[in-house]
Structures are given as C-alpha cells and as structure tokens.
Design a protein around this ligand. Structure first.
Ligand SMILES: [Zn+2]
Length: 142
C-alpha cells in the first residue's frame, strides 16, 4: 500500500503517526479503524486539553507486535489501539489530566495505564466489532 504519511485521518492526527513504529502490512481497513479511534476518542480529548497527544505506537503488524511482546489479540494489530502520552509533565500529572478527559468524552473500549521500567504510556482503544466497554485498567507490563 502506498502511504501518504502527511495525510490527515482527523484534524490533529496523520497517517505518519499510525505507522510511526510499523507500516508492514497496513491496509485501508486498518487506516479506517485508526480514523475511528481518532474521531471517537483522541479528538474529543485533544480539543479539550489543547496540547499535542504524542503517539508512541499505534498500528503493529503481527510480527512486530510479537517482537515487542504484545498479546496475540492486541488491538494494535487492527489499528484500533494507540499508546500515547503528553510531552514534558511528570507522569502522575499527565494521568491526572488525561484520564478524566477520556472517561468523560471518549467512547473507548479499553484505557490501560501501562509502564515499563523506563517509560509510561496510556493505551486507548476503540472498536466497531462490539460495544465499546469503557474498561479502565492499570497494568505494569512489557
Ligand atoms: Zn498499547
């Protein structure tokens, strides 16, 4: 698939962010899933927080997902999940800003606070395969 990395999928997000860590095997269906995630979850929060949501990782091929220790059923494989953070602030402050906004304004399937020994991020997903569950979890993983 020929990708235009600068193409917008929503007012604040571009294809380049969807394929930031992996573009192998991407297709239109995956881009459409990413667009739905942006429209239903990311834009409502982005518009209210009024500062960039920084993407760590969005789409992953099955192979790449396995390499980074993702679950076999990870929604990243469909483009339905994104890992993100804000710039600069300490993590507790980031969470205090982001979590209430997602809970109030986003139609998310899962929101998971994740951390590794060296990093923190918020995993947010949206699906059109079933009702979005609005599950909020905190996990130490990876
Ligand atoms: Zn994730």
């Amino acid at each position: 698939m020929n990708l235009n990395l600068k193409k917008r999928i929503s007012p604040h997000f571009i294809v380049g962010e969807v394929v930031k860590t992996c573009s192998e095997g991407i297709d239109t269906n995956i881009i459409n899933n990413a667009r739905r995630l942006a429209e239903t979850c990311l834009e409502p929060v982005r518009n209210r927080i009024n500062r960039p949501l920084i993407v760590n990782s969005w789409y992953r091929s099955r192979k790449y997902n396995a390499q980074v220790g993702g679950k076999r059923t990870s929604q990243h494989i469909r483009g339905e999940a994104v890992d993100l953070r804000l710039d600069a602030d300490c993590w507790k402050i980031q969470l205090a800003q982001l979590v209430p906004l997602f809970k109030t304004y986003a139609d998310y399937d899962q929101m998971i606070v994740e951390s590794s020994p060296t990093a923190h991020w918020l995993h947010v997903s949206h699906t059109d395969r079933h009702a979005n569950r609005h599950q909020y979890l905190q996990i130490n993983t990876h």
